[in-house]
Design a protein around this ligand. Structure first.
Ligand code: GLU
Length: 518
């Protein structure tokens, strides 16, 4: 029987989700939705030392903003804590599943795949120091384990009572000796490794009665019937252990398939894309803004004005291609087109200009009405009352081609909403000459006296004819007019500006400029 596709995104709430993490979630989501499968979110919070308050909520809000909606694990923005028809595997937070794991770890001990280890922190540091003194690295493995204190090296009469009397023991995986682990990765193909290079990882800790990542991850993937594990390549070194754990539990038949995604790389140079690159070059590496416990603010795509669909489209293309040169995909189109065969093995270089390009493309494709709605809060933040709807739609239609972000509307056209408060010094020095502005005043009079249809289409031709007919220098006159009306010599066409602000306002601005500049 064909197995139902069930994939999971399993973040640890250790801070804000990096955009690489969002991409992992996205690829899981696309993979599941294409197959009519389930996308599950599981919070892997068994390492309490790395727990960061607010991180879990951040992750869920970020995925929600991107439209990556889980089938299981989260409902109404909260991680589900009690099983139900829709969420049969709850709780989805590993710290709430702590009671589940011990028996699995002990089952491994009983079957000879794991053992109890009683080395205290001091003993382990001493062993580490002794190795380092000889120029070697300490590894808890087949070569050192019999010299350490565990249920393999000590007689049972000695170790068994310690299970009761001490609370600092662990259960470690007994890595088999000189065994080749043969693994398959959906992106990287076949991989083999000899177990002699691997260590005896801790699986469960008595101190906090919690599993480590490896045990919890395998047990939960099994219990949650995960069919494919799609995750970052930083987990590739753990794959042999995970394979061996499936084998040790006797779960090989239902073991998921694995796909390890390559890293997102910095725009310049080599290496992983980091927050520092973002800070240095002025782009966000997080989906949403994040404020850490020291009050430091990290940029987020959302707050920087990116559209979630543009961000998602851009992310999808970082490491995947559709096999042709198409670049614009909605979420539904991505679901259709996504294929693991076209996920690249090599790291994907992030290009902040491409992120902006995507936003510009999406902005242009949005309706004037949607953009007007998004612009109103920007206007309010500048103290501008909500303008007449039809008028605002005209403005948006006029300026959207020039903008990358909705906030750019303000930079491009603030003078349509309020009179300029100053005049660009450089432009004044360059263009504000009597021989030009005297003509510009005459043109302003022509505009104010114009009795045809006062619209861009109605005015543009007659205005140009008037200037040309008088053989006045078009560019110089227009620059002076723009200086008076917009505060700088660059900007929108004069016929657009004057018909949008209206004759009264034109008259006011011309008078104000005259007073200020002449
Ligand atoms: N909790 C791991 C992480 O934070 C999950 C790794 C996995 O998907 O197996 O990335």
């Amino acid at each position: 029987m064909e197995r139902k596709t069930r994939v999971r995104f399993a973040p640890s709430p250790t801070g804000p989700l990096h955009m690489g993490g969002v991409r992992t979630a996205l690829y899981n989501y696309l993979y599941a939705k294409q197959r009519g499968g389930d996308f599950i979110i599981r919070i892997e919070d068994t390492d309490s030392n790395r727990f960061v308050p607010g991180a879990e909520q951040y992750i869920i809000e970020a995925l929600d903003w991107c439209g990556i909606i889980p089938d299981e694990g989260v409902e109404n923005g909260k991680v589900v804590e009690t099983p139900s028809e829709r969420h049969p595997h709850a709780p989805y937070r590993q710290s709430q599943r702590r009671g589940i794991y011990r028996k699995y770890a002990e089952q491994l001990v009983e079957n000879g795949y794991a053992y109890y280890a009683f080395d205290s922190a001091e003993e382990l540091s001493a062993a580490r120091a002794a190795c380092e003194a000889e120029g070697k690295t300490f590894i808890y493995n087949q070569f050192s384990r019999m010299k350490l204190r565990n249920s393999l090296s000590l007689p049972e009469s000695e170790w068994r009572p310690m299970l009761e009397s001490r609370n600092d023991w662990t259960i470690r995986f007994r890595m088999p000796e000189n065994t080749i682990v043969k693994m398959d990765d959906m992106i990287r193909g076949h991989v083999e490794i000899n177990t002699d290079t691997l260590d005896d990882k801790v699986l469960w800790k008595r101190t906090d009665e919690l599993p480590t990542y490896h045990l919890a991850n395998i047990v939960d993937d099994h219990l949650m019937e995960i069919s494919e594990v799609i995750r970052g390549e930083e987990w590739l070194p753990s794959l042999p252990l995970h394979y061996l754990l499936y084998k040790a539990f006797g779960w090989e038949d239902t073991m998921p398939r694995f796909a390890h995604l390559s890293l997102l790389l910095k725009p310049v140079g080599n290496g992983k894309l980091s927050k520092r690159d973002g800070d240095k070059m002025g782009f966000p590496v997080f989906p949403l803004q994040w404020v850490n416990s020291e009050g430091e603010v990290s940029h987020g795509y959302r707050e920087d004005g990116y559209f979630p669909d543009a961000f998602v489209n851009m992310l999808a293309m970082l490491g995947w291609n559709p096999g042709d040169d198409r670049e614009i995909f909605s979420m539904d189109e991505l679901i259709q087109a996504f294929s693991m065969d076209h996920v690249q093995k090599a790291g994907a270089k992030f290009n902040p200009d491409k992120a902006k390009w995507y936003n510009k493309e999406y902005l242009r494709s949005k309706s004037d009405s949607e953009l007007a709605d998004a612009f109103i809060p920007v206007l309010s933040s500048k103290g501008i009352a909500v303008p007449d709807r039809d008028w605002l739609l005209k403005v948006v239609a006029l300026i959207k081609e020039r903008a990358t972000f909705v906030a750019d509307f303000w930079t491009i056209a603030s003078y349509l909403f309020k009179a300029p408060e100053e005049y660009a010094e450089k432009d004044v020095a360059k263009f504000w000459k009597e021989e030009n502005y005297s003509l510009a005043f005459k043109v302003a009079d022509f505009i104010l006296a114009f009795d045809g249809e006062f619209s861009k289409e109605g005015l543009e031709g007659p205005l140009e004819d008037y200037i040309r007919g008088n053989e006045w220098p078009m560019g110089k006159v227009m620059n002076c007019l723009r200086l008076m009306l917009a505060g700088s010599a660059s900007g929108l066409g004069i016929a657009d500006v004057v018909t949008l602000i209206g004759k009264e306002e034109v008259a006011r601005r011309v008078a104000a400029a005259k007073a200020a500049l002449c």
